[in-house]
Each structure stands twice: as structure tokens, then as C-alpha cells.
Design a protein around this ligand. Structure first.
Ligand SMILES: [Zn+2]
Length: 543
């Protein structure tokens, strides 16, 4: 097997990709190497910076070095003993209009130079192109993909099948569906540079998901041109395993200093907010006084360190089951990223289906963005599709979430149970207690220890969207079950009247008897005589 998945969180995975040179761990970043102008020698990128793989351009190699890489072998030619991937140079060929090169030649050349991972000469869609043109690029790429399997002679090279379509999402889906039928070891998304440059990460989310949902989920996905560490976690969370980045070098040429949150201009910095070996020894002022080439190298090296550190953080987050928390943190580095994170709502069902169910750590809930989390979506689905209340339950007692978790261990619940037991004795099994709680909605008491209904932390006061969500879940729960009576312990302090009104409306619609009482006045005793009376009255009215 070429690709083995070790750990998962959201759609992200830590995997092992086996190539003919060596086996590497994913998510993996391939720094882009331009053999004509290379600031940091490939050997150092491997040994000093810890990158196990790099990517270079087959077209540029062929154009500038012809047979040299083939004669020496690509690894020797580059002086790099990790994994080498080659891009076909499709973008350059389009741009410079080289009609001398054929898809077949590019395939043969990559075999000849002995690359580990090779890319067919695809036809990049680009950004602001008509649908007709986009369709043409998809079809042409597909034809060339099919041709590969007649042309290639070696079996030890991993081939990449690029998905095209640009922002025409139905075409991306079609391209992915068709490419998926061909036996590529790796798939890729050709992402127009413009999407990244214009910070349209929300569009990128759509593009990645349109590809991901139509490709074999167990195969690795490469995202072309994803260069900035502040969006790594987003792409990885959506199931991208491999990336290439020229940004570390391009940014360096423009005096731009990467951080995991964004980019700064070197001349705008008073301090270097980084502890990499390069930044530890200098100041922004000193770097500005360096000769241009030296400064470029400094920046390229720092940028690589930042990329690598962020990848490590993401991998640890995957292992800890905390990738969502990491995503939220990064999303607050730039509104465009937050907008992209909000776009995940559109794909919450697919993400939920493919996310691991159990984790070793609890989850943190900061605000309504977290309502898209697979754990929240999963609880909603399970409650609707697979849960029914105890058979004899006629009266639903709805209590607000308590500070203590699991809820059934709280003082409030224990007091309530005692009162119910003392008062109702054999009628007790007619009463079913559920909690209304953020972010999950309705939590039946007998389930409150099931992960993660107790294993989470939440910030109060709740935002309006979260309150509305919980109220909606309460209404849905009442609609989908058949209690005869509902008694709500109303908590106006945390929930205003939203849950109360949702209950009232649904009960009225379903002709369910509804009573509530306000627990604000006597919070230390959640079950005052008033509630006892309400319950007694409700049960005695039972037909
Ligand atoms: Zn640094």
C-alpha cells in the first residue's frame, strides 16, 4: 500500500506515504526548488530544516538542463536524498506558449530523470475564465491522464492526477469523479494562484470540498500552490495531505516575513516575533542593513522554519484531537480565514461522516462557529435518527445545563431526583429528564456521560446564534417525540426567553400540555415547592 493513515481528526490525517526513495510522513510540505535560482541548497533544506521532500519543475529542468538530471539521476543532480516530486510545468508551458513540448514527452522525461512522484502535463484552468474554457481544461486534462497509462513504462514512480475546474465547482466535481476512475496513487487539486493571492479562502474551501467529496477518500490529496502557513490547517482539516510552497522564497524576494498568523513587511517590524535560529540572532534593523541577497536568504530560511513549525503544531493537534480548536485560532488571524471557516457549515455532514467519533480529549467551545463541529452535528443526527425516549415517559422535564458535568452529578439534578422520588414513587418512570445545553441542544439524562456531552468546556455568556441553535434543537426534539406534557425549568439568565418561546410554540402546535417555572428567584434550590406542585398537577391531569 502506498498510503497508510495513522491518525485522523476532521478530514485531516497523519499518514505514511511510501515512495521508491523513502517513506515520508504526511501532512507534508514540499518546498519548491528552482535549480536555476536557489537561495537555500536542497541538502540544507533536508538536513538543517528537516524537510523530507521537495518539488521541482520538470519543464524547467528539461528546458535549462536537458539531459543532465537524467545522466546524474535527479537526486544527485539536486544533491537531495529525500523524496523528490516533479511538477509538469503545465503552468509555465501555458504561459510561455511552448508548443514544442508534448504531454508524452513530459511523462517520458520524468521517468528518465528518476523522480519519485511525477505529475502529468495537465491543463490548468486558471481563475477568471469562462465556463466553456474551464470545461475544455477539464476534458483536456482527463484525456492526458488517460494517455499516461498508455505512455508510462515504470511502475515505481507515484503519479499525480490533477483535478481542474477552477471556481466552476460542478466542473471540479466532474473532474474529480472522472480522475477517480483512473488508478493514480495521488490526486491533486490545481488551485489557481489568484484564489490565494486574493485571499478567497472561502472559494478554496468550495474547490477542495468539491474535489475531496468525489475522490477516493483513502488516497492522498495534494494541493498545488498552498504556500502560506496561516492556511495550512484549513487545507489539512479538509483532507489535503500534501502541499508545495514557493511562497517562502517569493515572499523573501519581496521582504515579506511570514508568521503563522499572517505576513509582515520587514521594514514595519520593530521586533522579530520568532525564536527560529535565524531570528534569535538578529533584529529587523540589522536585517534591513544586510546586502539584498543575504537578507533574502535570511527571510527564506526564517519562512521555512515558520512553515515547518506550523506543520508540527498541526500534526500534534491532529494527534490530540484538537484540530478544530487550532483552526479557530488561525481563523482569527484574518477575516478571510474566518469567512472560510464559516463556509465549512455547507459541508458539515460530509465532515461529520468522515471524522473520528471518539477522542482522548474534551472539546473547547468558544462561540457559534463551533456549531459546525462534527461532534455537535453528530449528536444532532443521532438524537433525531437513533434515539427514542424511555417507553413509559409521558412527561418531559427540561432542565437547563448545570455548571457541573456530567449534569446528572450536579447538585441541582440530585435535588430534583430526590424530590421526584419522594413525591412520585411509582409514577416516577413517567417523568423523563433532559437538559437543554450548549452547544449540543437536548441531552437526555441517561446519555449525559456519552462522549463528548460531558467532555467539553464552554464560554459563557452564550452568543445569540448558539442560544437560537439550542432552542431550535429543543423544538425539533419535541416535534420528533411524543410526550404528553412538558415542564420547562426556565433559566432566563443564560437563555433569555428563546428556549421558553420555542417550547411554547412547539407544544401549542402539537397540542402538548406545557408548563414552566422560573428558576431565577431561587437558584440555590432548583426544585422548589413550585415545581413540585406543577409536576403534581401535570401528572394528576393525565387522562
Ligand atoms: Zn524566524
Amino acid at each position: 500500500m502506498t498510503f497508510e493513515i495513522k491518525e485522523r481528526d476532521l478530514l485531516a490525517r497523519i499518514g505514511r506515504l511510501k515512495t521508491k526513495s523513502s517513506t515520508v510522513e504526511t501532512p507534508l510540505l514540499f518546498p519548491v526548488i528552482n535549480p536555476s535560482v536557489q537561495l537555500i541548497p536542497p541538502r540544507r533544506i533536508h538536513e538543517e530544516f528537516g524537510f523530507d521532500a521537495l518539488i521541482t519543475n520538470a519543464y524547467i529542468l528539461k528546458k535549462h538542463f536537458q539531459n543532465q538530471p537524467a545522466e546524474k539521476g535527479l537526486h544527485k543532480f539536486l544533491d537531495f536524498n529525500g523524496v523528490v516530486m516533479t511538477d509538469s510545468g503545465a503552468y509555465q508551458i501555458l504561459r510561455y506558449g511552448d508548443i514544442e513540448t508534448t504531454p508524452k514527452e513530459i511523462v517520458e522525461y520524468q521517468e528518465r530523470i528518476d523522480t519519485d512522484i511525477a505529475t502529468i502535463l495537465d491543463y490548468p484552468t486558471g481563475w477568471k475564465v469562462t465556463r466553456k474554457h474551464a470545461e475544455h481544461t477539464v476534458n483536456e486534462t482527463l484525456n492526458r491522464a488517460k494517455e499516461l497509462f498508455e505512455t508510462k513504462t515504470r511502475k515505481d514512480i507515484l503519479w499525480v492526477g490533477p483535478v481542474q475546474g477552477g471556481r466552476h465547482l460542478d466542473l471540479v466535481a466532474k473532474s474529480a469523479t472522472e480522475m477517480a476512475k483512473l488508478p493514480f496513487q495521488i490526486y491533486a487539486l490545481g488551485s489557481p494562484t489568484e484564489v490565494m493571492q486574493s485571499y478567497r479562502f472561502d472559494v478554496l474551501v468550495d474547490m477542495i470540498m468539491s474535489a475531496k467529496m468525489n475522490l477516493p477518500i483513502h488516497k492522498p490529496l495534494h494541493l498545488f500552490g498552498a504556500g502560506h502557513p496561516f492556511m495550512f490547517s484549513l487545507a489539512i482539516a479538509l483532507g489535503c495531505d500534501l502541499f508545495d510552497s514557493a511562497a517562502y522564497a517569493i515572499y523573501a524576494r519581496e521582504d515579506r516575513y511570514m508568521t503563522e498568523h499572517g505576513t509582515s513587511r520587514l521594514n514595519e517590524l520593530e521586533y522579530l516575533p520568532c525564536t527560529c535560529p535565524k531570528c534569535s540572532k538578529t533584529t529587523p534593523k540589522e536585517t534591513l542593513e544586510m546586502p539584498a541577497k543575504e537578507r533574502q536568504t535570511f527571510l527564506a530560511e526564517h519562512n521555512l522554519h515558520v512553515c515547518r513549525a506550523e506543520l508540527k503544531r498541526i500534526k500534534q493537534a491532529i494527534k490530540d484531537g484538537r484540530l478544530w480548536e487550532h483552526l479557530e485560532m488561525r481563523a482569527h488571524g484574518h477575516p478571510a480565514l474566518l469567512q472560510a471557516l464559516k463556509r465549512l457549515k455547507k459541508y458539515e455532514d460530509f465532515i461529520e461522516e468522515h471524522s473520528p467519533a471518539a477522542k482522548k480529549s474534551g472539546i473547547f467551545f468558544f462561540n457559534s462557529i463551533g456549531l459546525t463541529r462534527p461532534e455537535v452535528v453528530r449528536h444532532r443526527k443521532k438524537l433525531k435518527e437513533r434515539y427514542s425516549p424511555p417507553e413509559k415517559a409521558k412527561l418531559l422535564l427540561l432542565m437547563p445545563q448545570t455548571q457541573m458535568k456530567p449534569f446528572h452529578k450536579s447538585k441541582e439534578f440530585k435535588e430534583a431526583t430526590k424530590l421526584l422520588r419522594d413525591t412520585f414513587k411509582e409514577q416516577l418512570n413517567k417523568i423523563h429528564t433532559c437538559f437543554y445545553a450548549a452547544p449540543f441542544g437536548v441531552v437526555p439524562v441517561e446519555l449525559d456521560e456519552v462522549y463528548p456531552l460531558s467532555q467539553h468546556e464552554i464560554a459563557l455568556p452564550l452568543d445569540k446564534e448558539t442560544i437560537d441553535y439550542v432552542a431550535k434543537q429543543v423544538a425539533n426534539y419535541l416535534s420528533n417525540t411524543s410526550y404528553e406534557m412538558v415542564v420547562l425549568v426556565h433559566d432566563p439568565e443564560n437563555w433569555s426567553k428563546t428556549v421558553l418561546n420555542a417550547c411554547k410554540r412547539t407544544c401549542l402546535k402539537k397540542n402538548i400540555k406545557f408548563k414552566y417555572f422560573n428558576n431565577k428567584a431561587n437558584r440555590s434550590k432548583i426544585m422548589p415547592t413550585k415545581l413540585k406542585k406543577i409536576l403534581q398537577k401535570a401528572l394528576s391531569e393525565e387522562p
